[in-house]
Design a binder for this molecule. Structure first.
Ligand code: ATP
Length: 368
C-alpha cells in the first residue's frame, strides 16, 4: 500500500502566555512512500517524528493537508478504520493476558463480515507468532518474557489484523545493544516477508540506515532530505544532514574558497572549480583522509584508536568545529602516521562537502 502525504501540517497551540506562536511539529509534508518498502523516519528529539506517525495512524488530526493510503483519502478516517498496525516503544502489552491472548486481542472487537470465530482467531494469532518466532511462548505472561520477546509479541499483535500499513515508534529503544541489533534484523526480515509498507521512527541514524529502503531525515518539523540511506550519506543536501548521518560523525571545519582553491586555515587542501570565492563550511567524512607525509592538510597528532581492521586517528585542527578530527584509515597505513607532532593527509574529493556559510546548503564543486 503506497502512502501519499500532501501538505500535511500539524500545529500545537503554544501554552506559553508570553509567546503565542504555535509549535509547528509537522510542517508541510509532501511525499510518497512506495508500496512495500521500509521507511526510516529519522531526526533528533523533538523534530516531530512521533507527531508524523500519530497523524498517519489517526491518533492525531492534522491542522491541514491530506493523507492517502493507496487511492483512499484516510485523512478523516478514525484510527480503527485505517487498517494500521502500531508498535510502541514500551510494547504496551496487557500484563494479565498470556502471549496468545495479547496477540488475539485486536481480533476480538472485529464486527460484521470481519468477525472471526475463536478457532480462526487462534489460527491467525499462531501465524503471527510464528512469523516473529515466539510460537513456543504462547501460554506465558509478558512478565515471563525478555524485553526482545515482549517486543516480538507487540509486533505480532500489530500484524495479526493484517494491516495495510505498519507503524513503529522507536520500537528498539528499550532493548540492550545486542538485542537491538538482533531485533532490527528481525524487523527487516518480517517486513521483507510480509511486504507491508512500514514506517519506522528512530533518532538513531545507524539503526535507520541499516534497515531502511528509504530514509526521511527531519529537523524542527521540516523534511530535510529523502532518499536511500547510501544516497543521502553520499550526497547530503545540507550541513544538518551531513552531520546527522555517519559514525564517527563527519568532521566540520571553517573554510574558504579562494582563487580555485579550498582552504582550511592557511592550507589549500584541494584545487576545485565551481564555487565562488567566500567563507564556507568544509565537511570531511572520517574515511576521507589519506595519510601522506607530503599531504596538503595537516593536523596536530593526538592518539590512535585501534578498531580492528581499521584504525581511528584522533588529531586536532584549530579550524575544526568538532571536538577533534577523526580520520578512519586502514591499519596497513599505520606506519605512515607519526606518533607525535603534525600528521599530514591528502583528502578524497568524493568524501569532502562544501556548504554555504550562512544557509548551510550544499555547494557543488569539481575537483581539478
Ligand atoms: P522524541 O524523539 O523526543 O520522541 P519527536 O521527534 O517524536 O521527539 P514529537 O513528539 O513529534 O517529536 O514533538 C514535536 C514537537 O511538538 C515538540 O516540540 C513537542 O514539544 C511538540 N508537541 C508534541 N505534542 C504536543 C502537544 N500535544 N502539545 C503541544 N506541543 C506538542
Amino acid at each position: 500500500m503506497k502512502i501519499v502525504l500532501e501538505n500535511l501540517t500539524k500545529k500545537f497551540p503554544s501554552r506559553n502566555k508570553k509567546e503565542k506562536t504555535d509549535v509547528i511539529a509537522v510542517n508541510d509534508f509532501t511525499f510518497e512512500i512506495p508500496d512495500g518498502k521500509l521507511i526510516g523516519l529519522l531526526g533528533p528529539s523533538g523534530c516531530g517524528k512521533s507527531t508524523a506517525l500519530n497523524l498517519l495512524c489517526g491518533l492525531l488530526e492534522p491542522t491541514s493537508g491530506k493523507i492517502y493510503f493507496g487511492d483512499d483519502d484516510v485523512t478523516n478516517l478514525p484510527a480503527q478504520q485505517r487498517g494500521v498496525g502500531f508498535v510502541f516503544q514500551n510494547y504496551a502489552l496487557y500484563p494479565h493476558l498470556t502471549v496468545k491472548d495479547n496477540i488475539m486481542f485486536p481480533l476480538q472487537n472485529l464486527k460484521g463480515d470481519k468477525k472471526l470465530t475463536k478457532d480462526e482467531m487462534q489460527k491467525r494469532a499462531l501465524e503471527a507468532a510464528k512469523l516473529v518466532q515466539i510460537d513456543g511462548l504462547m501460554e506465558r505472561k509478558p512478565s515471563e518474557l525478555s524485553g526482545g520477546q515482549q517486543q516480538r509479541v507487540a509486533i505480532a499483535r500489530a500484524l495479526v489484523k493484517m494491516p495495510r500499513v505498519l507503524l513503529m515508534d522507536e520500537p528498539l529503544s528499550n532493548l540492550d545493544a545486542r538485542l537491538r541489533l538482533q531485533t532490527r534484523e528481525e524487523i527487516r526480515r518480517i517486513q521483507s516477508e510480509t511486504k507491508i509498507t512500514t514506517v519506522f521512527v528512530t533518532h538513531d541514524q545507524e539503526e535507520a540506515m541499516s534497515i531502511s529502503d528509504l530514509i526521511i531525515v527531519m529537523d524542527a518539523g521540516t523534511i530535510q532530505q529523502i532518499g536511500s540511506p547510501q544516497d543521502v550519506y553520499d550526497d547530503p543536501v545540507n550541513l544538518f544532514v551531513a552531520k546527522f548521518l555517519g559514525t564517527p560523525p563527519i568532521n566540520v571545519f571553517e573554510g574558504e574558497v579562494r582563487g580555485g582553491k579550498l582552504y582550511i586555515g592557511n592550507e589549500d587542501i584541494m584545487d576545485i572549480s565551481g564555487p565562488s570565492d567566500g567563507k564556507v563550511h568544509v565537511a570531511i567524512r572520517p574515511e576521507g583522509f589519506d595519510p601522506d607525509e607530503k599531504g596538503r592538510f595537516s593536523c596536530h597528532m593526538g592518539r590512535v584508536e585501534v578498531m580492528g581492521r581499521d584504525i581511528s586517528v584522533v588529531c586536532f585542527n584549530d579550524n575544526c568545529e568538532n571536538e577533534n578530527v577523526r580520520a578512519i584509515i586502514s591499519g596497513e597505513n599505520l606506519p605512515e602516521v607519526p606518533k607525535t607532532g603534525d600528521v599530514r593527509f591528502n583528502v578524497k574529493p568524493n568524501k569532502v562537502f562544501i556548504f554555504e556559510h550562512e544557509t548551510k546548503t550544499r555547494i557543488p564543486f569539481d575537483a581539478v
